[in-house]
Design a protein around this ligand. Structure first.
Ligand code: TEU
Ligand code: CA
Length: 549
């Protein structure tokens, strides 16, 4: 099975911000269908659609109220079926986002639980404790205690995310059965794969206790029965041969090998986030720090080589709907915008694993640049805006941090052209468009042969034409400079070398002995100036030339 997806690339779409076809300022499913040709040209194989199911949208659809219906805001079931058909004609498979750790508190199951129905109370995690003492001190990922008291039941329920996202009780076989039905339902509609939201958090410990050292995550992350539950879900729904990816929060290499080693029959691949925390001061998302590129390199090496040894498979990525834009973060929004966007793309796309491109990343889209709290829509951002001020930061400081860290940075509308509302909609969009749309947009980049867009197209096609990239081995090289990363990819026939500088300054390239034995395949500048000097954010892809005897 792995054979079938090793040369594939996935494109992630956040439908709310991709393309609006009915002029309500909100992207929709028909907007995705309308842009299939654009995606085909880019060269991608799968589209992962983030949730478009019926939802009160407290967390933009990750609070699902009905797993088997399309929210009218995004269109109809017919629209979805048409999207699947049209995508299939272009050999593009649709992957859906299964949010199975929790449901919205508006879900029928939770509503019945609230009425005291014991069958449905057992679908969730309710605990007894006095009304002023939460059962444990665990912290919600979106801030505050992770338990909410229900006076009518005199019980607390667990919510690792927003208070409107109640955690499901996976220990209950009836819950597992319900979730299998959801998979079967979408599989019948022709869906080709699934992404499982925070799926390594589904198995909670037998005993709930206070965490005296941390926020509670060590008790439920990669929990006691998680591998068992995944195997059962995959087996009973017959999705072993589909593309599946699990989002693994604060996970370990050891567990990720188990989740994605084909012999385990769990998932095709996994996302982990360790490389996206190298700019968190003391591991805190809401404390700014310059990125530690030495740490970044070490993490990539550990995960790339470690997963290879353990026969696991990584989903490789920089961006998604929860992350700030990578150019603004590890690259440069100014002079070296284009060079740094291309370098960052290269670093990921030539690794061992399946690359994910998040909408707009292929254009080098930058952060939102919001400077007023009224611009923000994300529940996590709004919660932390208050928490940061309660903890002593000034309003200006809190805004400055949101500007760098808010998930809304990745949720601004896709920039199609430099016209009204960036070609995303005819009406004022649900979330504001960054000023950068005037220069960074699809139309402009398609008419520039040297654009970030065409460079991504090239990277995607390299994976398809070069078995060494799709299937070869990876090995990291010692570069002697903390912000220069290099690795090689090898198979029986070829040897490639990928060099990426994360530096704004020039760097020397002295860690390769015989540069003359290599042919340059790809570079993000017009021409090499000096063989042994890397310019700011320079990347080079070399292939060893085999000398004929
Ligand atoms: O995200 C899981 C998650 O823990 C993070 O990405 C989270 O947003 C971040 O750590 C907070 O600092 C997934 C979805 O991708 C996200 O959009 C949802 O909000 C979340 O699960 C809950 O379903
Ligand atoms: Ca719309």
């Amino acid at each position: 099975m792995r054979d079938q997806f090793q040369d594939k690339v996935v494109y992630q779409i956040y439908p709310k911000s991709f393309c609006d076809t009915n002029g309500d300022g909100i992207g929709d499913l028909n907007g995705v269908t309308e842009k299939l040709e654009y995606l085909k040209e880019l060269g991608i194989d799968y589209i992962w659609l983030t949730p478009f199911f019926v939802s009160p949208q407290k967390d933009n659809g990750y609070d699902v109220a009905d797993y088997k219906s399309v929210d009218p805001m995004f269109g109809t079931m017919e629209d979805f079926e048409r999207l699947v058909r049209e995508a299939e004609k272009k050999q593009i498979g649709i992957m859906l986002d299964m949010v199975f750790n929790h449901t919205s508190t508006s879900h029928e199951w939770f509503q019945k639980a609230l009425q005291g129905d014991p069958t449905y109370m057992d679908y969730y995690i309710f605990r007894d404790s006095p009304s002023d003492v939460p059962p444990t001190n665990w912290v919600s990922k979106f801030g505050g205690n992770a338990w909410e008291y229900v006076p009518s039941l005199k019980k607390w329920y667990l919510h690792l995310f927003d208070v409107s996202q109640a955690d499901l009780n996976w220990e209950n076989p009836a819950v597992r059965e319900e979730l299998k039905q959801v998979i079967r339902f979408w599989k019948e509609k022709g869906v080709k794969g699934f992404r499982f939201d925070v799926v390594n958090l589904i198995s909670k410990p037998e005993r709930f206790q206070d965490d005296l050292e941390g926020d509670g995550r060590r008790f439920y992350t990669d929990g006691p029965h998680v591998h068992e539950f995944l195997k059962e879900l995959v087996r009973d729904t017959g999705i072993e041969d589909m593309v599946t990816v699990g989002e693994m929060s604060s996970t370990s290499l050891e567990n990720c090998i188990r989740y994605s080693n084909p012999e385990e029959k769990e998932l095709s691949m996994v996302f982990n986030f360790h490389h996206l925390k190298v700019d968190y001061k003391n591991g805190q998302k809401w404390e700014l720090m310059e990125p530690d590129f030495m740490k970044l390199k070490t993490l990539f090496q550990t995960w790339q080589e470690g997963m290879q040894e353990g026969k696991g498979w990584n989903a490789v990525f920089w961006c998604n709907h929860d992350q700030p834009r990578i150019v603004s973060r590890f690259g440069d929004e100014g002079t070296y915008w284009k060079e740094s966007a291309k370098m960052l793309g290269t670093a990921i796309h030539l690794m061992r694993g399946t690359p994910y491109v998040y909408q707009g990343e292929e254009l080098g889209m930058t952060n939102a640049g919001y400077d007023d709290i009224s611009c923000y829509k994300d529940v996590e951002s709004l919660n932390y805006f208050s928490i940061m001020q309660r903890e002593g930061k000034t309003k200006e400081e809190a805004l400055h941090i949101l500007n760098a860290r808010s998930r809304d940075n990745g949720r601004t509308p896709m920039q199609w052209n430099d016209g009204v509302y960036a070609g995303f909609s005819e009406k004022e969009p649900w979330i504001s468009i960054p000023a950068s749309y005037k220069t960074i947009n699809v139309e402009a980049e398609k008419s520039d042969a040297d654009s970030v867009y065409y460079y991504y197209q090239k990277l995607i096609s390299l994976r398809k034409t070069s078995p060494v990239i799709a299937r070869g081995r990876i090995h990291f090289l010692e570069t002697g400079q903390e912000d220069v990363m290099a690795y090689d990819r090898t198979d029986e026939k070829e040897e490639w070398m990928i060099i990426c500088s994360f530096s704004k300054e020039k760097r020397t390239l002295d860690f390769i002995d015989h540069l003359e034995e290599y042919e340059l395949l790809l570079n993000n500048y017009k021409a090499i100036e000096e063989d042994h000097i890397l310019r700011p954010y320079e990347t080079r892809v070399y292939k060893k030339v085999t000398v004929q005897p």
